[in-house]
Each structure stands twice: as structure tokens, then as C-alpha cells.
Design a protein. Structure first.
Length: 283
């Protein structure tokens, strides 16, 4: 039963691979749903911030982080360092280059080694945020925020967009563009409130208050985008593993059929050899 034993070894190997891939897929599924359920905290935080800005906006104060006419733009490009994200990372890069073409006075700010490697050009310096996982998502969000605020307050840029992997649902991941700065997104949301406040007592300078709140808002938004990136990673990994699992199961089925045929062939061969041997003995 030599041939059957050889196929049996291949069958045992593929069964183990199927089990391993299934475990990895289950982990990715669980990670996706766990991270997706944590999105509610960002919604609650955003609603609280809109309420603060609703009151502060009553004062006619302009702040570069909230209202800015400088056309120069910084484009933060967030790519994933995880496996199975090559296709989505390429879409992020293409979207970033397309966005840069629309805004001649724009600079790219990669966040992630893979994105930086694809966007780097000889002789062109660019600010890069690497080692996201080692630094931590929240710390990375703070570093990006500090850099953007420094660039805006110095007048080198006036706006900032962020392009990052976004999971619309479990089956759909795509690049998403968000206008991060100026923070006029907060002011436009104030129309959702039906009540009006006639007067606000401001103990601190409105410029300082707006700057402080905008500072916190930027960190929250960038951290949320990094969180969304991990959700997209889990969804993409799960889909890739599901595809691999289906291929391996199909291959497993084929090997099982081959093993059954080889086993029967070996048995038939053994029976023929035994029959022939007995016939020769009788002679």
C-alpha cells in the first residue's frame, strides 16, 4: 500500500493546514466584531464635543485650527502593516496620489512603513510616522496631531486631509478621505441642535478654549481612524483566510478521493498478488 500511504501523508498535512487556517479565520472574525463594537465610544465622545463647540462658536473668534484660508494642504496617508492588506494599501496609495494631483500645494505625510516605501521619491523629504504598533495608536495619534498643529500654526499648511482604510461592512473595505483640518466639521454639526443658547460666560480667552478643544478633537479623530484601520485589517484578513480555506477544503476533498482510489487499487493489487502466489504454489 505504498501509493495510498504517500497520499495519506499528504491528506494528514492538508487536514492540519485546514484546521490552522480555520483557527486564524475565527480569530480575525472575533477581532473584527470586537473592534466594531467599540466604535460607540467615539460617537459618544463626538456628541459631547459638538455641544462644547456649539457654545464656543457664539463668540466671533477665528482660530487657524477651525477656520483657515491657507490653500496649502497636508495629506496624511495611513496604510496597514498587517498581512493580507497589499491590495487595500495599493488602493490607499492610488487615492493619495490622485488627491495630491487635485491639490498642487499639497504634501504627503505617510503613516506606516509600507506606505512610506511606496510614496518616497529620491531627493524629496517627507515627514513619516513609522512603527505604529510599537509606538501605540494613541501615542501615534498625538504625534500626528502635534505635527499638523505645528505646520498649521506656522502657516506652512492650512488644511489637512486623512486617507485611511475604512470598513463599510464586513465584506467591503475601501479608502476613505476625511477633511480633518480646519475643524469646521464641528461647526457644521451644530445645526442638528434645535435649542439655542443666548449667552455664554467665557472665563478664559475664547481663542485658547477653541485651540484646546480643537487639539483634543484632532487626537480623537486620528485615533478613531487608526482604530478603523485595525477593523479593516481584521475584515480583510478574514476574507483572505476564508478564500484560502475554501481552496484548501476543495483540495482536501480531491486528495480524499485520490486516497480512496489508491487504497482500493492497493487492495486489489495485494489480492491479485496473493491469488497469483497461491496459484503458483498449487502448480
Amino acid at each position: 500500500m505504498g501509493k495510498a500511504n504517500k497520499i495519506k501523508g499528504d491528506l494528514d498535512d492538508i487536514i492540519e493546514l485546514v484546521q490552522i487556517i480555520q483557527v486564524l479565520k475565527d480569530v480575525a472574525d472575533n477581532k473584527f466584531h470586537t473592534l466594531a463594537n467599540r466604535k460607540d465610544r467615539f460617537i459618544r465622545f463626538g456628541e459631547s464635543f459638538v455641544e462644547f463647540f456649539r457654545m464656543i462658536s457664539l463668540s466671533k473668534v477665528r482660530h487657524p485650527l477651525v477656520s483657515n484660508d491657507n490653500p496649502a494642504m497636508g495629506i496624511v496617508v495611513i496604510t496597514s502593516e498587517a498581512g493580507f492588506m497589499g491590495d487595500l494599501n495599493n488602493k490607499i496609495i492610488r487615492t493619495a496620489l490622485s488627491e495630491q494631483a487635485k491639490h498642487p500645494n499639497s504634501v504627503l505625510i505617510p503613516c506606516g512603513k509600507k506606505g512610506a516605501a511606496k510614496l518616497s521619491k529620491p531627493g524629496v523629504k517627507m515627514k513619516v510616522f513609522e512603527d505604529i504598533e510599537d509606538t501605540g495608536y494613541y501615542e501615534t495619534a498625538i504625534h500626528i496631531k502635534n505635527y499638523l498643529i505645528e505646520e498649521i500654526m506656522s502657516g506652512r499648511i492650512g488644511k489637512a486631509n486623512v486617507i485611511y482604510p475604512w470598513s463599510k461592512n464586513f465584506m467591503t473595505q475601501k479608502p476613505r478621505i476625511v477633511n480633518l483640518l480646519p475643524c469646521d466639521e464641528l461647526l457644521t454639526k451644530q445645526a442638528d441642535f434645535v435649542d439655542e443658547i443666548e449667552s455664554v460666560i467665557e472665563e478664559s480667552d475664547p481663542v485658547d478654549i477653541i485651540g484646546y478643544l480643537a487639539d483634543m478633537w484632532i487626537v480623537c479623530r486620528i485615533y478613531e481612524m487608526l482604530h478603523d484601520t485595525t477593523i479593516s485589517e481584521a475584515a480583510a484578513q478574514s476574507q483572505q483566510l476564508e478564500s484560502s480555506l475554501q481552496k484548501m477544503q476543495k483540495q482536501k476533498k480531491g486528495i480524499q478521493m485520490s486516497f480512496g482510489k489508491a487504497k482500493k487499487a492497493d487492495i486489489d493489487k495485494s489480492m491479485r498478488e496473493v491469488f497469483t502466489s497461491r496459484m503458483m504454489t498449487k502448480r
